[in-house]
Design a protein around this ligand. Structure first.
Ligand SMILES: [Zn+2]
Length: 471
């Protein structure tokens, strides 16, 4: 093969290519290969071969990869461009800076998220790939109705099944990549979302509606679930009783806003449900999720925020300097207050429950994607995904498993596994070069030497330029 290559492909064939020499390749499926030369040309991985076998031409840009590690660029599978308008314009740069080369936006005004998607398509070497869900499809009253800063208008409130069908047609025409079902949908509306999505060939992610249980949502065709939301309610020994109670609350508490109603229901039931955790019920739920391939995006750092307080780590303080001053100081003062007060006992229990559930699901073959919910929950875009990987390892993933959940898995979810998500010839060159082995310590994914986006090579100097722009 190699001799053929040398004989038939003189140096002209590799002109303008980037050669990364003598690097350790980390592929999420195949694991590690040392001493490789990776040739990048026209935005793609052109060739991978042992460095000892591949002859280089003096015309090429040659990068010494000795002691370094090459892995696929990362995905953050749960972001919101529309959540904080002051942060949104910096998100592309922050993602690129930290090697996040693809993102999945899980809810926001259609005009805004379409605009970000289009900007990304126009600048494929400067911005992460963007997949969008459009607004959350919610029932009435809708949770993210714009009533307060904590609940900006990320959702549409749909009154009827007909509303659901019309809205999905509209979003499909606007070019969404998936749909997101939300907590106030009625069971009839949920069924309508699934039916319409199937007709149009769209995936549906979401939160299990409060009027339903996890098993029927998964059996009904929900493709993925965010935050393990409302899973605890279906894993309680008294799950049926809790469901009946919720349906009553939805019926009776009509004068509350969507966010108040949802919070009141979580407050009324979450702690009880976790305290009544049933291994038997959980087993049934987990088996259903595995069988139906209902993917999980557990946003562990977000869900365990109060107990773990990741914001006390040095990387967090460093990261907020890239945010607008007003945001950074607002976040810092809330975090200081939080750090100075006692952690509510239930938050420790809930965090332990989260880690345990994610570990059990992973072991049972449920599929995962790494996602953060940035910029919600003090999660600085970009770096937060690296922290999420640490959380997944804490829940029982191997470092390679955690990396797979942020590379190959999201690519597979979108049917792009032949283009993205692993280090193979013919794939888009969305890559990350690290100075230390992430398989030895998952914290090493942030030891970034260079980021490559669709063939464009960002060395430290280029990354410094992004840092300067952000400051
Ligand atoms: Zn979210």
């Amino acid at each position: 093969m190699l001799s053929v290559l040398i004989a038939c492909a003189p140096k002209k064939a590799f002109e303008d290519a980037i050669y990364i020499e003598n690097i350790t390749v980390i592929d999420p499926l195949d694991g590690t290969k040392e001493g490789q030369t990776v040739v990048i040309k026209e935005g793609k991985i052109h060739k991978i071969a042992p460095s000892a076998e591949l002859k280089l031409s003096s015309d090429n840009t040659i990068i010494d990869g000795t002691g370094k590690f090459l892995m696929p660029g990362l995905w953050d599978a749960h972001v919101h461009f529309a959540y904080m308008e002051e942060i949104a314009p910096r998100m592309f740069d922050l993602f690129m800076l930290y090697g996040i080369t693809s993102v999945r936006d899980t809810g926001g005004r259609i005009e805004l998220v379409t605009d970000y998607k289009q900007q990304s398509l126009n600048n494929p070497t400067k911005a992460p790939r963007v997949k969008i869900a459009g607004p959350l499809l919610d029932g009435m009253p809708n949770v993210y109705d714009g009533s307060d800063p904590g609940h900006p208008p990320l959702s549409v409130g749909l009154k009827t099944v007909e509303d659901v069908n019309n809205k999905i047609d509209e979003l499909n025409e606007a070019g969404v990549d998936l749909l997101k079902a939300y907590e106030m949908l009625t069971p009839d509306q949920f069924v309508a979302v699934m039916k319409k999505a199937k007709e149009l060939g769209l995936k549906v992610t979401g939160h299990v509606p409060l009027s339903m249980d996890v098993i029927s949502a998964s059996n009904g065709g929900l493709n993925s679930m965010e935050h393990l939301r409302n899973v605890e309610l279906s894993c309680a020994s008294n799950a049926e009783e809790l469901l009946a109670q919720r349906r009553k609350m939805l019926e009776n508490d009509k004068d509350l806003s969507g966010s108040e109603l949802r919070s009141s229901m979580h407050e009324a039931q979450r702690e009880t449900a976790v305290n009544n955790f049933s291994e038997e019920k959980a087993k049934e739920v987990i088996e259903t999720l595995a069988r139906n391939r209902t993917w999980q995006i557990p946003t562990l750092a977000l869900n365990t925020l109060r107990a773990e307080l990741f914001m006390r780590q040095p990387w967090w303080s460093e990261s907020i300097q890239y945010l607008p001053d007003t945001t950074a100081s607002r976040w810092q003062s809330i975090v200081d207050r939080m750090a100075g007060s006692e952690v509510p006992a239930f938050q420790q229990t809930y965090a332990a429950w989260m880690f345990k559930m994610v570990g059990q699901m992973h072991e049972a073959g449920v599929e995962f994607m790494a996602g953060t919910d940035t910029p919600i929950g003090f999660q600085t875009p970009g770096i937060s995904l690296h922290n999420e990987l640490v959380m997944l390892v804490k829940a029982g993933f191997t470092p390679l498993g955690a990396i797979k959940s942020a590379t190959y898995n999201p690519a597979f979810y979108f049917g792009m596994q032949d283009e993205l998500g692993s280090v193979k010839e013919g794939m888009w060159a969305d890559l990350l070069i690290l100075n230390a082995d992430p398989l030895k310590d998952i914290e090493n994914t942030r030891q970034i030497d260079a980021v490559i986006k669709q063939g464009e090579y960002y060395n430290q100097e280029a990354l410094d330029k992004i840092r300067e722009r952000l400051r």
